[in-house]
Write a protein that binds this ligand. Structure first.
Ligand code: ZN
Length: 322
């Protein structure tokens, strides 16, 4: 009898411990854990995401989600690369405010920035999802599925609950959207990081959210964009009345984030052009580019990306010389 009683007690204890460790695990494995919600201006917050690409460990979270708390609402920009990232971001927002999320802005077509939109429609059917008109067009035309498939592949299935939730509100350049006490001004670009880029100025906070038009501490991917277009956008952004820059990847800063990234792009493009004019081949140009870029050699994925960046630059030089 005593033994039986002990084993029942033991059973209860074991199942209690399993429950405890399951909830501890849930806490520990929240996709955003380890990345702090950081206030960068009067109303604006961001979460500095990891710098590596999507993988099974980060489960597709790798960008810088931002949110702005207005008098009655919350505005989100780029809620991350999966529905799980979006849901975790929503929880973070709810720790700061009881206001509902009413507006979500997408910076560009790359899914690591916007596939988290799904979580905000789940939460509020009335939420408005904004983007560059070309982003909406390309996403509907098949790019959304390309990114869903790529996330599944790179995260080894961790993103499986994610379905493409494509923005519906097409922006125009310089459009201002007033939400309570806050103005979001959209700066649309032609062809910079991609054909689909929108940067968002939080006017009252003097903040610019650049999406991938600017990177900081991480080498960019420019397969869908142009050097000269992206450099022109950095010049445009430098003229804006802003003080704080949130890049698509890497830490926030002041306007020096824009200056640095412009320098990065200019060094790759101009060095490639100079040596092409001297009839060097792309593989001979790569070490020469690396040589002049010592300032950036510690940026995440610099070594992995530089070969491709030089080859993209050489194609653009050829196109521009033609
Ligand atoms: Zn991108």
């Amino acid at each position: 009898m005593g033994k039986q009683y002990n084993s029942i007690l033991g059973g209860i204890l074991v199942s209690f411990l399993i429950t405890l460790s399951a909830s501890a695990k849930e806490q520990a494995t929240d996709i955003l854990s380890g990345y702090e919600t950081t206030k960068i201006a009067g109303h604006t917050w961001f979460i500095p995401g990891p710098l590596e690409g999507p993988n099974p460990k980060n489960r597709g979270f790798m960008n810088n989600p931002a949110f702005v708390v207005t008098e009655k609402s919350v505005i989100v920009v780029d809620p991350g690369g999966t529905v799980e990232a979006g849901r975790a971001l929503l929880k973070r927002i709810q720790k700061q405010t009881k206001n509902p999320v009413t507006h979500v802005f997408t910076t560009h077509i790359h899914g690591d920035h916007w596939l988290g939109n799904q979580a905000f429609v789940e939460n509020n059917k009335e939420v408005k999802l904004y983007a560059h008109p070309k982003m909406i067009e390309l996403a509907k035309g098949g790019e959304a599925q390309v990114w869903i498939d790529m996330m599944m592949d790179r995260t080894e299935g961790a993103s499986k609950e994610t379905v493409a939730t494509i923005p519906t509100e097409a922006l125009t350049d310089q459009q201002e959207i007033k939400i309570d006490n806050i103005t979001i001004k959209a700066h649309l670009n032609e062809k910079a990081h991609t054909l689909t880029d929108a940067m968002y100025e939080i006017v009252e906070d003097k903040v610019l959210i650049t999406g991938d038009n600017a990177f900081n501490n991480r080498a960019p991917r420019l397969d869908d964009g142009t050097y000269l277009g992206n450099i022109a956008v950095m010049d445009k952004a430098l003229k804006l009345p802003i003080e704080i820059v949130v890049p698509g990847h890497g830490p926030t800063g002041g306007k020096e984030v824009l200056e640095n990234f412009k320098e990065f792009l200019s060094l790759v493009y101009n060095t490639t052009k100079k040596h092409m004019d001297n009839d060097l081949e792309a593989h001979e140009i790569k070490p020469k580019v690396i040589e002049v870029m010592s300032k950036f050699k510690d940026w995440t994925n610099f070594q992995g990306a530089i070969g491709k960046l030089v080859s993209v630059a050489s194609l653009e030089v050829e196109e521009n010389d033609f």
